[in-house]
Structures are given as structure tokens and as C-alpha cells.
Design a protein around this ligand. Sequence first.
Ligand code: ZN
Length: 217
Amino acid sequence: MAASTSLLKESPLDPSCAAYDHTVLAGDHWLHPVKKGQVLRIVDVEGNQAADTLFYNLHEPLDRYSASDTIRRGHNLYLSTGTTLYSTRSHALLTIVADTCGRHDTLGGACSRESNTMRYSFDVEPMHACRDSFICGVQQWGHGMNKRDITCNINFFMNVPVTPDGGLSFADGISGPNRYVELRAEMDVMCLISNCPQLNNPCNAYNPTPVRVLIWD
Ligand SMILES: [Zn+2]
């Protein structure tokens, strides 16, 4: 199922003017604040990579991204230009202001050792998964956070259409090299990305690749 082209929107922002520019290698995680009014761009550098992402209220970590509130208030299962991301305490965290991919998933969740074992084989159980990266990230942030604080996430650049009978299917990616999504922070947030290390996923042709993150003031 193709994404609606009406949601595709390019950004006028120039990467050479960004206040922050960093490449997150495949399998690594990235933890960084995005202040109110700043714009965060996540770039799918080589295409069809999954950027599993969590957002928290920077000043109140128990207030964090809520997939159910975002879907309910946005009247849409999929995230794209115009979507506002809401928190568990009903705050607007960020709004998607540009998107050259057109579809992002918030239903499929992050890969874990357990889900990889179910999906692929018992052999992959020791392999690093997004859930491990998220746990490293929240522990790095502090506040006594741990695996209980890994809640609903967004899978930027992942295409997870819902089938007519209500199932989830992990379809081929619709992203490509240098496609990006751009979000304006509506309040001070902490962003935690797990650049998916999954080597067994046909969606990324068994080849995890870098993502680039830029922030404009
Ligand atoms: Zn993953």
C-alpha cells in the first residue's frame, strides 16, 4: 500500500545551517534533548533503515510519548506531515512539519531478543536488539530509569500496514536514500533513538545502515 503523496512535504531548512549534525551508526543509540521551538530532522541515509524512537518530557520523564493518544487525537494509524505526537499526560510533544518518506509506524513496537527469536530463529537470541539499546539509553539519562520505562515507540521509516482483517504486516520499506522526517518540538523533550541493529529483517535487505540527526534552533 503506497503512502499518500499529499503528506509528502520537503523542508526549507539548510543542513549547513544546522546547530547540530550527527551520524548514528547502525546498531547504536542516540540520546539528546530537543528544546521547545527547535527542529529535529532524522535522515534515512541509505534507505529502508528503521529508526526506533522514544520521546520523553525533558523535565518529567514519567510523561512520555503515547501511541494511543497520538492515534486517537490524530484520527490516523500512521504518522506523517501534520501529525502531533502526544504524551501520556496529554501534552503536545512534537509536530511532524516535513516528511519525504510518507509513512511511519507506531504500532509494531521495537525489536527485542524475544520477538527476534519468535520471528526468525532461536539462533538469533544473543543478538543485540532495539530494546537493549533503549535500556542503555534511559540508564545513560539517569533518573533511575530502566526497562519499565521503555514504552510505546515510533518506528520512523518503517511501513507496517494494517491488513483488512486487522492484522499487522511488516511490508517492504517505502523509504529510500536521504529521505527524512522533520519534527518541531512543542515543549522541551528528550529524544532516544535506537538505530535498529537487526540483521535478519528483509525490510532493510539484511543490512542495517546509519541515520543522520540534525537540529536547528
Ligand atoms: Zn530493532
